[in-house]
Design a protein around this ligand. Structure first.
Ligand code: BGC
Length: 517
């Protein structure tokens, strides 16, 4: 007890160990889960701006688009169709529901079983979508893809955060986001290519190719070991010990294992994670699990990710130029994620959140001003070429800011702050809140664009301001803190310390190892 008290005021410890090739490869394989998430995000916007696809499945949208070309309809409103947005967003509804099933699977059967279920559903969904002959098949396919992503996003970030040594957790976890951005980029490139298939089946190729990332995750999950934390939690202590030695590359893993065992014993006492998560002592984590993913979506990023081709078309770029612009933002997205990987464990999470927030704010305001000025709120003026290009540059500045801040951190931070006993349940909340807001933005963006016009960018700017203030005041820094010791950061935080018991026993190893670390 006394030792625990001492550590709670002292330094966070370092378990030692090397970064082994094994842990890096394992994390790279797991991160392919991000590919399926990203491929989905990137593919639907491009497909829904393909004329053949619209004509076949959404003829009314196609007619409206023709009317705009003929000058009969306001261009802010051309893509405002509930059925079209249902195609994009049905995936997120399926994902947000299935992630709760994934929570139980992940806790009871381990992280890799959930990844396997995710990959398999994704494969099935891509087959149905590629073969679709009517809207119903499209939607069923999207629902299966959604289940796939619901499982993968629940299990992969946890897997990465548990496998990684504390001082590299940020970088390895962001492998998930890097894979997400690569998935988006590949999807954009695929769309760019398939849009040129004149025989009219290009959209089928785009949708069916989702089987590639789906297959990668499925095979990856079959080959991966489970995390030591999950092995301990499920009673396989010897296996956990061997695995920990292997991933850390040292023999003396007793301290880290002791913390896991202790966390797991605490976890075993918690029979009902869902009831427990609402206890006062978990309030800080719960608030973060709800606010961070919601805020990530309220940056407005998916307006660009889903609708970039549509948005660029609205701005007066031709069909090919629109898809090409989406490819450009895709490249910026990947490159800026690398910046995050390189800096997150050195600069810390908060510094990135704050810089990214400020940069997004400035670019959103600038985009709103230029669109208001150059496009006219009636949407009747044509945007000059110079303005259109300037908007493209500003969108890239905005995407870069998101990609080294809220993008990766929106998944990293929630996955590293929960104690083991409620980690799986907590991650499901994160996924479902994220998907719920993704759905809302997807569902209402085209409508909001039609009504708020350029003012929509100001609205997102206000959200970014509010969430940046939230981070300044309420998020403690979590870099380099071992995952089973995260309780310390809440105990020390000026506000959250009121919620977390101060005198409680900490992992015993924390006391023992501190002096030698
Ligand atoms: C978000 C997605 C977004 C993507 C963009 C992810 O972190 O959750 O909604 O589309 O980043 O790269």
């Amino acid at each position: 007890m006394a030792g625990g008290g001492m550590v709670s005021q002292g330094e966070v410890k370092d378990y030692g160990g090397k970064v082994t090739a094994f842990v890096v490869i394992t994390c790279m394989v797991a991160a392919t889960g991000g590919l399926i998430f990203g491929y989905d995000i990137g593919i639907s916007g491009g497909v829904t701006s393909m004329d053949v696809f619209l004509e076949k499945f959404f003829p009314s949208v196609y007619r409206d688009e023709e009317a705009v070309t003929g000058g009969e309809k306001n261009q802010w409103c051309q893509f405002d169709s509930p059925l079209l947005t249902a195609f994009t967003s049905s995936l997120y509804i399926a994902g947000l529901l299935s992630t709760y099933v994934a929570s139980a699977t992940t806790r009871r059967f381990g992280r890799r079983v959930s990844m396997l279920v995710g990959g398999a559903n994704f494969l099935a969904g891509s087959a149905i979508n590629g073969a679709a002959v009517n809207v119903a098949m499209l939607i069923v396919g999207r629902i299966l893809l959604g289940i796939g992503v619901g499982f993968a996003n629940q299990a992969v970030p946890l897997y990465l955060s548990e496998m990684a040594p504390a001082h590299l957790r940020g970088a390895l976890n962001i492998g998930f986001q890097l894979a997400t951005t690569l998935g988006i980029l590949v999807a954009n490139l695929v769309n760019y290519g398939t849009n040129r298939i004149t025989a009219g089946y290009g959209w089928r190729v785009s949708l069916a190719l989702a089987a590639v990332p789906g297959g990668l995750l499925t095979i990856g999950a079959l080959l991966l070991p489970d995390t030591p934390n999950s092995l301990v939690q499920r009673g396989h202590r010897d296996e956990a010990k061997a695995m920990l030695r292997r991933i850390r590359g040292i023999d003396d893993i007793d301290a880290e294992l002791a913390d896991m065992v202790e966390a797991s014993e605490a976890s075993a006492r918690v029979q009902h994670p869902w009831r427990n998560i609402f206890r006062r002592r978990y309030r800080p984590q719960l608030i973060m699990a709800v606010v961070i993913p919601a805020a990530q979506q309220l940056t407005g990023i998916n307006v660009i990710m889903f609708y970039a081709p549509v948005l660029f078309k609205t701005l007066g770029f031709g069909a090919n130029a629109s898809l090409m612009s989406a490819v450009i933002t895709g490249v910026v997205n990947v490159a800026a994620t690398l910046v995050s990987i390189a800096s997150v464990d050195r600069l810390g999470r908060k510094a990135l959140f704050l810089e990214g927030g400020a940069q997004m704010l400035v670019s959103q305001v600038a985009i709103g001003v230029i669109l208001g000025f150059g496009f006219g709120s009636g949407g009747d003026k044509a945007l000059s070429k110079g303005f259109a290009n300037l908007v493209l540059v500003l969108i890239c500045v905005y995407v870069a800011a998101f990609a080294w801040s809220w993008g990766p951190l929106g998944w990293l931070v929630p996955s590293e702050i929960f104690p083991l006993e409620i980690r799986s349940a907590g991650q499901s909340i994160v996924v479902s809140v994220n998907f719920f807001w993704t759905f809302l933005v997807a569902q209402f963006f085209l409508m909001a664009l039609c009504h708020l016009k350029h003012g929509l960018f100001f609205l997102f700017a206000v959200f970014v301001l509010a969430m940046t203030l939230f981070i300044i005041l309420l998020l403690p820094e979590t870099k380099n803190v071992p995952i089973e010791e995260m309780n310390l950061v809440w105990r020390r935080h000026w506000f959250w310390k009121k919620f977390v018991p101060q005198d409680e026993h900490l992992p015993t190893a924390a006391a023992n190892v501190k002096s030698t670390a």
